[in-house]
Design a binder for this molecule. Structure first.
Ligand code: 13P
Length: 255
């Protein structure tokens, strides 16, 4: 089964209007040029997930380019008295196609549990968005040999039942690899991704079709090796997604 690779930039809490628009424009220009050169469109899906304040202007900036737009979080309810929150429906309205849910920074900063992440993923589906559900172990959990146990529990608790394979993306992001410059070995990544796919098969029909991204210090220098690992169907990129040339080098590494 061939799964089209997805290279996604998670800008996190970075980008004021001018810088964000410039970055989006630089990525869009490269995407348009590459898809023209290829004749048959881009070789993979390219997604940017800016802060919520930039969604509407970026939707406009990206119009006419193959670059997709996503958000970094959503509320589990479609509307109502939830000050400061943004619903999946609002994200869809802003032009999003994807939304990241359950990022380890939200699990840590906002106490998000697997049940909350699952509810957000369900809200995303109801709004017509594809949730990118993040899982990953901490350094202490890895050192204790609990990586598969932790990731398996997160998959069991965070993934809604009955999603079609194209309506779901999983991102494996070891917490200790995020923003540290450290990455697991390709063999370790292969083991975890294979295990995720096995556990997904208990939750989703046709789990073979679900894209599983790797995230955590993916850079131009290591992207080719990581993206070549079996069951790695793309990347979720933080720091390197803030520099157009680096982000695009990772897109090119997905050829
Ligand atoms: P870095 O690429 O900066 O390590 O961040 C990864 C990440 O958390 C993407 O969601």
């Amino acid at each position: 089964m061939t799964r089209r690779k997805l290279i996604a930039g998670n800008w996190k809490m970075n980008g004021l209007k001018e810088d964000g628009l410039r970055l989006a424009r630089e990525v869009a220009h490269r995407a348009v040029a590459a898809s023209r050169a290829a004749g048959a469109g881009l070789h993979c899906d390219v997604l940017v997930c800016p802060p919520a304040t930039l969604l509407f202007p970026l939707a406009e900036e990206l119009t006419g380019s193959p670059v997709l737009l996503g958000a970094q979080d959503c509320h589990a309810k479609p509307k109502g008295a939830h000050t400061g929150d943004i619903s999946a429906l609002m994200l869809r309205d802003a032009g999003c196609r994807f939304v990241i849910v359950g990022h380890s920074e939200r699990r840590a900063d906002h106490g998000e549990t697997d049940a909350m992440v699952r509810a957000k993923a369900e809200a995303a589906r109801a709004a017509g968005l594809v949730p990118i559900i993040c899982v990953g172990e901490t350094e202490a959990e890895r050192d204790a040999g609990k990586t598969l146990e932790v990731v398996g529990r997160q998959i069991a608790g965070s993934v809604p039942d009955g999603l079609a394979p194209e309506s779901l993306v999983i991102a494996y992001e070891p917490v200790w690899a995020i923003g540290t410059g450290r990455t697991p070995t390709p063999d370790d990544v292969a083991d975890v991704h294979a295990y995720i796919r096995k556990r997904l098969a208990e939750r989703v029909a046709a789990a073979e079709g679900v894209r599983i991204l790797y995230g955590g210090s993916m850079k131009p220098g290591n992207a080719k090796e990581l993206l070549a690992v079996e069951n790695v169907d793309g990347g979720l990129i933080g720091g390197a997604s803030l520099v157009a040339t680096d982000f695009w080098a990772i897109v090119e590494a997905a050829q």
